[in-house]
Design a protein around this ligand. Structure first.
Ligand code: PSU
Ligand code: MN
Length: 308
């Protein structure tokens, strides 16, 4: 086993990277553990189309049979969306997956790491992980935050879901030295909602301004951190925080009752919220992922121009 055999880049992605054309990474935990079938595979396929329509090449990332794949074909997307026993993989799981030739759907953290290996700088997802409510006793803080501290990839998300403690998540990102910026809003968004009650650490409006911040981070200052770009859900698709909060509280209580812990916490909460909102949360989730894919592609296009 050597590095060349453990990293496989889809030809279309490799060509785009070699030519300096814009590429957008996409994660796969959202496919295998974040949404039900068949919406997960439809979403993954549609989102790749949105990235293309906005001028960039999509690269969905996963580990298949021990190979870190950058760019997946239709059969591979279907496999991730349907196969049982696909591991949820954060960065620390990657060595084991490679060593055992296992299959894993990559979280934001693991996707960032593999994207960086391939030379991809922009990544679109739904929501990032963060500091869980009750972290003072559970110590449950997503490895997405520590990865953002060390891996130079810009992650476009709809902010942080209120299954997490948003205030503490922003504190942690500050401590870790991760630039955080909100696209087009003065408030940090909370995934389903444009509001969270917390101010945006910084605000920029539009892809060109955001790309200039990527350039400043890596090319001017030589920082090696990631960047968290929060892109609020479109107003027409949002679910007010007041409507979803009761469902989230109930799902969190259920965690204890059912003794759910560790890496199962986030997938469990996501599934419960979809069930409790009778699918309404899924519609909002799909809308914000589409929006993030379009924004990320536009940023990748602008950033590529700055590298010319
Ligand atoms: N939040 C969502 N949807 C998701 C996830 C988070 O709204 O699908 C996934 C992402 O892959 C994220 C991961 O990186 O959950 C975080 O898991 P954990 O909390 O175990 O670090
Ligand atoms: Mn966790």
């Amino acid at each position: 086993m050597n590095a060349a055999h453990s990293l496989s880049i889809l030809p279309a992605v490799a060509e785009a990277l070699a030519a300096g054309h814009p590429v957008v990474a996409l994660e796969s935990t959202i496919i295998s553990h974040g949404m039900p079938y068949p919406q997960n595979v439809q979403m993954a396929t549609e989102v790749e189309g949105i990235v293309r329509a906005n001028g960039a090449t999509p690269a969905t990332i996963a580990v298949l049979d021990g190979v870190c794949c950058v760019g997946l074909d239709a059969d591979q997307l279907e496999r991730l969306g349907t196969e049982h026993g696909v591991h949820k993989a954060t960065t620390r799981d990657l060595p084991w997956l490679i060593a055992t030739q296992a299959t894993g759907a990559t979280t934001v953290a693991a996707t960032m790491r593999i994207a960086a290996l391939a030379g991809i700088r922009v990544f679109a997802t739904g929501g990032i992980g963060g500091v869980h409510r009750g972290a003072a006793t559970t110590f449950d803080i997503s490895a997405d935050l520590t990865e953002l501290a060390v891996t130079p990839v810009a992650v476009v998300s709809a902010g942080v879901k209120s299954i997490l403690d948003i205030r503490l998540t922003l504190e942690r990102l500050e401590t870790l030295g991760v630039p955080v910026v909100v696209n087009g809003s003065d408030e940090f968004p909370s995934f389903y909602s444009r509001e969270s009650g917390l101010a945006a650490p910084h605000r920029l409006d539009g892809a060109a301004a955001l790309a200039s911040m990527l350039h400043a981070t890596w090319n001017v200052l030589g920082l090696t951190t990631g960047i968290s770009i929060a892109n609020p859900i479109p107003a027409a698709d949002e679910i007010p925080a007041s409507e979803i909060s009761a469902f989230i509280e109930e799902a969190i209580v259920e965690l204890d009752v059912q003794h759910v812990s560790g890496q199962d916490v986030t997938p469990f909460l996501l599934k419960r919220i979809v069930e409790r909102t009778a699918g309404r949360s899924l519609v909002a989730n799909l809308a914000l992922v589409r929006n993030n894919a379009a924004t990320a592609a536009a940023i990748a296009v602008e950033y590529a121009k700055l590298q010319g």
